[in-house]
Design a protein around this ligand. Structure first.
Ligand code: UDX
Ligand code: UDX
Length: 459
């Protein structure tokens, strides 16, 4: 069968994989190929054991793979055969040189642009999917047009707003799809072509267009606003713990104002994930670059409060457990940065497990999906950390449990049984406020939620 379009995605990660799989699922008339430099990743995408865990993804891959969705390592062939190229390679925080620790490392991005230029034999639309600093499209355009190669390229920005764990739902029914372009006739034509792809399943009023710089910046700002809400509520959780106010009650009262809204107001042990910290630091760096020191400082505060919240959680454990954790066994319930994913990038668990090990505690980590990643993250700490899939087994003989990820299963465990198997006195630090604190207290636990009065049996 002849396909209407050939679509390529470079970068088969958390973003590229699910996003392009959804396009293949909704648009059988297009041939979609996803390529990656990492052959192991491609083999996994071609197997029954996909490289990422995402509810609903398996079904879509089974339906489309081999029909109009293909995974390959042949990037050059993919470029030659495609009309539209989505670029979804990683853009981590720079670890060296100017902007180290803040700016985006664009080396993979630039390498990919050069690879496209070298192999392209026909006009192409290049779609930025990766989150990038505003003005990256300009650099991309300059690289693509800097040789004798006569091929025409149009660069579009189409940032991805999916959240992990709900990626398939978010892709199927997005709040909005944003497409930014140059405002030239060619730019607008390319933009319309991408609009038509999404219009196969997204209502047109939810496909919004803008100039390319607004689109690039909107992604950074969306993530900064979401993270800011979490840091705002987490900062107030500290005040609640000092004043006997209850953060859940405060969040409900504040969130019922329709101008504020009730989402993203769950106090927690801190936000994680590959995007929030990286994107805010990127925003901070951009503001500094343009001489906007006050604006930079304002957004830096969102990250600082998040670091504070994680450290506060550990210090609270230390002080309530009689100022020493040495030799104590502490079980971490959850290591993924959020529920329903195996992803642990920037997970608060990494910091907390490291700090507990520093305090010479013995840490037992349990998580339904993230243990493999946890082991890689905590490489070198084997002497202090063990990994046990079953939460009952993991907590046996422990002095304390700390809930770090809001997996549903942790709310439904038999805590009477768990209490019996633990060392007394028993402590629970609920870093997600998902447990029934009254019940745990009645069982005998000393309970320390986030932003709520603690419940202890000590006089
Ligand atoms: C990435 C970026 O980190 C994020 O900023 C952006 O918003 C979306 O793309 P993610 O998909 O989560 O997010 O990253 P990751 O899972 O690391 O996937 C990137 C893939 O690109 C990897 O599989 C990597 O092997 C591949 N890659 C990287 C290439 O194919 N070529 C390269 O040159 C570099
Ligand atoms: C985020 C954005 O939501 C998404 O639009 C963007 O494309 C990528 O970054 P993601 O990182 O997958 O998505 O997850 P998200 O649901 O935003 O959660 C991020 C972190 O914030 C998690 O650690 C989560 O546990 C935490 N969180 C979220 C809270 O602590 N409290 C909340 O109320 C909500």
């Amino acid at each position: 069968m002849a396909f209407e379009k050939n679509i390529l995605c470079i970068g088969a990660g958390y973003v590229g994989g699910p996003t392009l799989a959804m396009i293949a699922h909704k648009c059988p008339q297009y041939r979609v190929t996803i390529v990656d430099i990492n052959p192991i990743r491609i083999d996994q995408w071609n197997s029954d054991d996909l490289p990422i865990y995402e509810p609903g993804l398996d079904e879509i891959i089974k339906e489309t793979r081999g029909r109009n969705l293909f995974f390959s390592t042949d990037i050059e062939k993919g470029i030659k055969e495609s009309d539209i190229i989505f670029v979804s390679v990683n853009t981590p925080t720079k670890t060296f040189g100017a902007g180290a620790g803040m700016a985006a490392d664009l080396q993979y991005w630039e390498k990919t642009a050069r690879q496209i230029r070298k192999n392209a034999e026909s006009p192409k639309i290049i779609v930025e999917k990766s989150t990038l600093p505003v003005k990256t499209a300009l650099a991309m355009h300059r690289i693509l047009t800097s040789t004798e190669n006569e091929v025409r390229f149009e660069v579009l920005s189409n940032p991805e707003f999916l959240a992990e764990g709900t990626a398939i739902k978010d892709l199927e029914n997005p709040d909005r799809v944003l497409i930014g372009s140059m405002e030239t006739p060619e730019g607008l034509k390319a933009r319309n072509e991408l609009v038509e792809i999404y219009a196969n399943w997204v209502p047109r009023e939810r496909i919004i267009t803008s100039n390319i710089w607004s689109s690039e910046l909107s992604k950074l700002v969306s993530n900064a606003f979401l993270a800011q809400r979490i840091s705002s509520i987490n900062s107030i959780s500290a005040l609640c713990e000092k004043t006997d106010a209850d953060i859940t009650e405060v969040a409900r009262a504040v969130g019922m104002d329709s101008r504020v809204g009730n989402k993203f107001l769950n106090a927690s042990v801190g936000f994680g994930g590959s995007c929030f910290k990286k994107d805010i630091l990127n925003l901070v760096y951009l503001c500094q670059y343009y001489g906007l020191e006050e604006v930079a400082e304002y957004w830096r505060g969102v990250v600082s409060i998040n670091e504070y919240q994680k450290e506060r959680f550990v210090l609270n454990m230390l002080s309530t457990m009689f100022n020493t954790l040495a030799g104590k066994r502490i079980c971490l319930f959850g290591f993924a940065f959020k529920a329903n994913t195996g992803d642990t990038r920037e997970s608060p668990g990494i910091f907390i497990a490291g700090r507990l090990a520093e305090e010479k505690a013995e840490v037992v980590i349990t998580d339904p999906e993230a243990l493999k990643n946890a082991m890689a993250d905590l490489d070198g700490l084997e002497a202090k950390i063990s990994y046990v899939k079953d939460p009952y087994e993991a907590s046996t003989g422990c002095d304390a449990i700390a809930v770090l990820t809001e997996w549903d299963i942790y709310a439904d465990l038999d805590y009477g049984k768990i209490y019996e198997s633990m060392t007394k006195p028993c402590f629970i630090f609920d870093g997600r406020n998902i447990l029934d604190h009254e019940r745990l207290f009645d069982i005998g636990f000393n309970v320390f939620p986030i932003g709520k009065p603690a419940m202890t049996h000590f006089s």
